[in-house]
Design a protein around this ligand. Structure first.
Ligand code: SF4
Length: 213
């Protein structure tokens, strides 16, 4: 892949009918990502599931419906955010991404982040969080904490798919979207001193290295 694309369209053209890892042979559709090219908030998930693979769009189906509800709770809409995944093609049977697939595919994600240049990256679940923050901490320890990866503010949260049949995780997701809403709210000049976000007793910020300059 050539570096320094001038636009997402140019990047998508470069990915083309990608066959850089073996997932091309089992996918139906390559799921590039969707949303606002000038988004303040970028969501990064794991990989396309069955419905995404069929439709070519991230977060459709039940997990997508929950994500829409969560976005609405933060007064956001899909047209205002950008959504992409660590892997652009579905691993067969929704198995976990393998390291060589992550290594091969994530240069595309890096370019998406660079081109969109969001203020906040929300990582959904373990794989996205571990990749973006270069941490070994599981999502249960870092979720809801405000982190930094280079110049980007990162908010790790549970993957919506993990909350579909778990009401406790669902409640936690809505709590974390309240935190997201606070994060992207304009900061009043005299409230800057009180804008620090409580880590809730979970892990202190980890040192992100992925986007360090
Ligand atoms: S997962 Fe990524 S690297 Fe592998 S074939 Fe799909 S787009 Fe290419």
């Amino acid at each position: 892949m050539s570096a320094d694309h001038l636009s997402l369209e140019e990047l998508q053209e470069d990915i083309g009918d990608c066959r850089r890892c073996s997932l091309w042979s089992t996918r139906t559709t390559l799921v590039f990502g969707v949303g606002n090219q000038r988004a303040t908030v970028m969501f990064v998930g794991e990989a396309p599931g069955k419905n995404e693979d069929l439709k070519g769009e991230p977060f459709v189906g039940a997990a997508g419906k929950l994500l829409d509800e969560l976005l609405e709770s933060a007064e956001l809409d899909r047209s205002l955010v950008y959504i992409a995944n660590i892997l652009k093609c579905r691993p067969p049977g929704n198995r976990d991404p393998q390291q060589h697939e992550i290594d091969t595919c994530t240069p595309f994600l890096r370019e998406q982040v660079r081109l969109i240049d969001p203020r906040v990256i929300v990582t959904l679940g373990n794989f996205a969080t571990k990749f973006i923050l270069k941490t070994t901490s599981p999502i249960t320890r870092v979720r809801g904490t405000v982190q930094q990866a280079g110049k980007y503010t990162v908010l790790p949260i549970f993957h919506p798919a993990a909350a579909l049949y778990d009401n406790t995780k669902r409640d936690v997701l809505f709590e974390d979207f309240r935190r997201l809403k606070e994060l992207i709210a304009p900061v009043a000049p005299d409230s800057a001193e009180t804008s620090e976000v409580d880590s809730g007793g979970r892990d202190a910020p980890v040192q992100g290295t992925l986007f360090q300059e």
